[in-house]
Design a protein around this ligand. Structure first.
Ligand SMILES: [Zn+2]
Length: 331
């Protein structure tokens, strides 16, 4: 397959839509596409969803993602198809499969097989381990951390660093954890296992998201909204972990821990007397991106430049290090 043929089949539009064979548009709207696929509930992946709800024949995503969108955005989606992982969906002789992506609850990769046998995949956002490689001819990948120096310590070290910091901090008072939806719940599940006796408090929306993912099987319990009666009692007692969105302006008490992927080469950084960044990310770092692409062994790699400013550099690194045809789109 030549690059020209590939570009006739896969486009990335400036609005962030990844359009495959003009049959489906992932994570953005295209008037030409019959289907809209949502890889996960983060806001940069549900762009123009209301347009797709009006104009596309179906909107496809995982049941968890649909529930999260309802809680976070309140968008009513008609003609939606909740597709579980690995269940094929057939339309116009195309086969569409959502594959697991380790990112936030409900996150999926997209696999498309066209009637002529060409296969196209899109990673959405992901990290390793826990994201199975897509066996495809054309691979569209995210590259949020696509610069060669965007490398983090092993996930296990970051996790233990977080546990140690929380343990030390709880000895002197409450702890506030700040992160994005989905990542917060992943960390809640880890901390619940490590600190089974410590009550959890959450801001209203973080609490609602937690209830959704709990219904879908995540092991999150003993958590109360900050503004509930129980929440205020726990707050007054002073021994708890409070979870809030990273953009929140609320001043949580005690030690504040920011979960951020934008810290490299070390697991933690102290930024003020009671504030720390822990390098807990839900995205692949540079090495994981290369590892993932290697395991997919595609013929052509397309890097999404609408969600990553380093996409052209990453495409160049893929050409150089993996000896694959790779471009970033849109150019
Ligand atoms: Zn995301």
């Amino acid at each position: 397959m030549t690059l020209k043929e590939t570009l006739n089949r896969v486009r990335i539009m400036p609005n962030g839509a990844i359009v495959m064979d003009n049959i489906l548009a992932c994570d953005g709207h295209s008037h030409n596409a019959i289907l809209r696929v949502i890889t996960h509930a983060h806001s940069d992946h549900i762009i123009d969803l209301s347009k797709s709800v009006r104009f596309c024949r179906y909107v496809i995503s995982t049941p968890v993602t649909f529930d999260l969108i309802t809680v976070l955005k309140g968008i009513k989606i008609r003609r939606k198809i909740g597709l579980s992982y690995d269940i094929p969906f057939n339309i116009n002789d195309y086969i569409i499969v959502l594959k697991r992506a380790r990112h936030i609850p409900g996150a999926a990769q997209v696999f498309l097989e066209s009637p002529d046998g060409i296969t196209i995949g899109y990673t959405g956002d992901f990290k390793l381990p826990g994201t199975p490689p897509l066996d495809v001819d054309i691979l569209v990948t995210e590259a949020t951390y696509g610069m060669p120096n965007y490398v983090r310590p092993p996930p296990e070290i970051i996790k233990q660093t977080l546990f140690d910091l929380v343990r030390r901090s709880l000895r002197v008072g409450p702890v506030t954890i700040l992160g994005y939806h989905g990542k917060l719940q992943e960390v809640m599940e880890l901390l619940r296992k490590e600190f089974p006796e410590v009550p959890f408090l959450a801001s209203k929306r973080v609490y609602l998201v937690s209830q959704v993912v709990r219904r879908h099987g995540m092991n999150i319990y003993d958590i109360w909204p900050l503004n509930s009666l129980e929440g205020r009692e726990i707050e007054a007692y002073g021994h708890y972990i409070f979870f809030d969105h990273i953009m929140s302006r609320r001043q949580g008490r005690g030690i504040r821990i920011y979960l951020s992927g934008w810290l490299f080469n070390k697991p933690m950084k102290k930024i003020a007397s009671k504030e720390y960044i822990v390098a807990f990310s839900d995205h692949a770092d540079f090495n994981q991106l290369l590892e993932y692409i290697t395991s997919c062994s595609p013929k052509i790699v397309i890097v999404d430049s609408t969600r990553s400013s380093c996409a052209p550099i990453f495409a160049k690194e893929v050409r150089k290090r993996l000896n694959l045809t790779a471009i970033s789109l849109p150019r």
